[in-house]
Structures are given as structure tokens and as C-alpha cells.
Ligand binder design. Structure first.
Ligand SMILES: C[S@@+](CC[C@H](N)C(=O)[O-])C[C@H]1O[C@@H](n2cnc3c(N)ncnc32)[C@H](O)[C@@H]1O
Length: 190
């Protein structure tokens, strides 16, 4: 699914249903107007169309298939860990990226937070891959329809928190200005 932007968007719709647009509308509402936005791990830039037109947008992702299909949006083939080259921003968005980069998720939050005024995070409070008894089935599904973007191993990614409580407790460490549930995700503002 990470090779084909349309398939990625379709599967996301199937997984999140009515919550898919709600996620991005809510992020765009919190961002507001006239803001410089950096979207780390931007994927197919689903957030972009919901932003107020007065905002400027830059998306970073390592996936060439997504970057090539940019439809005139300002996207760059760049690593979210390239902290020293972040542009000046008002807001950094990390949407559905942290569970792809475990165990470096906390490192990314701390560095992004130190380089912007507002950090908005959206991450799942579910882990589809924790059942070790039939790990090979999960691994196969992960490769075909899941989170295997080719940049981090299945074993690393399946270390994402096991349940809602663990995800909540993790985010509470950062003393968020806001944390709320949207469908399968937590939306967090730092
Ligand atoms: C689940 S997608 C989320 C895309 C988008 N933010 C969204 O809300 O739909 C995760 C994205 O993170 C990208 N990614 C993974 N590791 C990355 C890294 N170190 N730097 C930049 N992007 C990365 C993947 O290529 C993939 O497009």
C-alpha cells in the first residue's frame, strides 16, 4: 500500500471511516490561520486540503512514490530525524508517524517540540500486531495492507504500545495542552 498513493488513501478510508476527514479537519482547526506548517511523515498529504489557505505548508516523507505524486504541494524527500534542517515553523504536525518509528518516537517528539511553537500529534491507541502466537500472519498482513513502509522493521514497529492506557500514559508525560480521542487515535497538542 506504500507504493500506491491511491490504494493507501483507500485503505485509510476503510480503516478510519467517518473519522478520517474529522482527524484532519480538527488538526487544521487547531492550526488556524497564517501559520507555517511542517508535516513530518506527510504521506499523501491528506492534511493539506483542510488547511486554511493563508497557511504555508511543507511536507517531509521518505517515500518516493508519495513524494512524486505531490500534485503541486510543497513536499520533500526528507527524514523526520533531520532535525537541524527543519524550516522555521509555527506548527509541526506528526500524524500517524510515531508508531512507524518506534523505538525513536520519544526522541522525535522532544526534538520537534524544541523546534516549533506548537506540536500536534495524531497516533493510534490500538496495536494490531501484538498477538505473538500467530506473528507470521500479522507480519504478512503488515507487509500487504499494514504499516510496512519499508523504513523500520516489523519487530520495532510492533513495540508500539499495547493498549489505549499505555498510549495515554505516554502522552501525559509531556503535559499536553490538549488530548482527545478521535476514532482509533489520540489527538495531542503540545
Ligand atoms: C501511516 S503514514 C502517515 C502519513 C500521513 N501523515 C497521514 O496522516 O496520512 C506514515 C508515513 O511516514 C513515513 N515515514 C516513515 N519513517 C519516516 C521518516 N524517518 N521520515 C519521514 N517520513 C517517514 C512513511 O513513508 C509514511 O508515508
Amino acid at each position: 500500500m506504500y507504493r500506491f498513493p491511491r490504494l493507501y488513501n483507500l485503505l485509510l478510508k476503510l480503516v478510519h471511516g467517518k473519522y478520517l476527514p474529522i482527524r484532519y479537519k480538527e488538526i487544521a482547526r487547531i492550526i488556524g490561520k497564517n501559520k507555517k506548517v511542517l508535516d513530518l511523515g506527510c504521506g499523501t498529504c491528506l492534511l493539506y486540503k483542510y488547511l486554511d489557505t493563508s497557511c504555508s505548508y511543507e511536507g517531509w516523507d521518505l517515500n518516493e512514490h508519495f513524494i512524486k505524486n505531490n500534485k503541486g504541494i510543497n513536499v520533500k524527500l526528507k527524514d523526520a530525524f533531520d532535525y537541524n534542517n527543519y524550516p522555521k515553523t509555527d506548527v509541526i504536525v506528526i500524524s500517524d508517524l510515531l508508531h512507524h518509528i518506534t523505538p525513536r518516537h520519544e526522541e522525535l517528539i522532544r526534538n520537534a517540540q524544541g523546534r516549533t511553537k506548537k506540536l500536534i500529534i495524531l497516533e493510534p491507541h490500538v496495536n494490531f500486531y501484538t498477538n505473538n502466537k500467530i506473528k507470521w500472519v500479522y507480519k504478512l498482513l503488515d507487509k500487504m495492507f499494514g504499516d510496512d513502509d519499508g523504513f523500520n522493521s516489523f519487530d520495532n514497529r510492533s513495540k508500539w504500545f499495547k493498549n489505549k492506557k499505555e498510549v495515554y500514559n505516554f502522552f501525559m508525560k509531556f503535559k499536553p495542552k490538549m488530548i482527545k480521542e478521535i476514532g482509533l487515535d489520540y489527538l495531542v497538542v503540545l
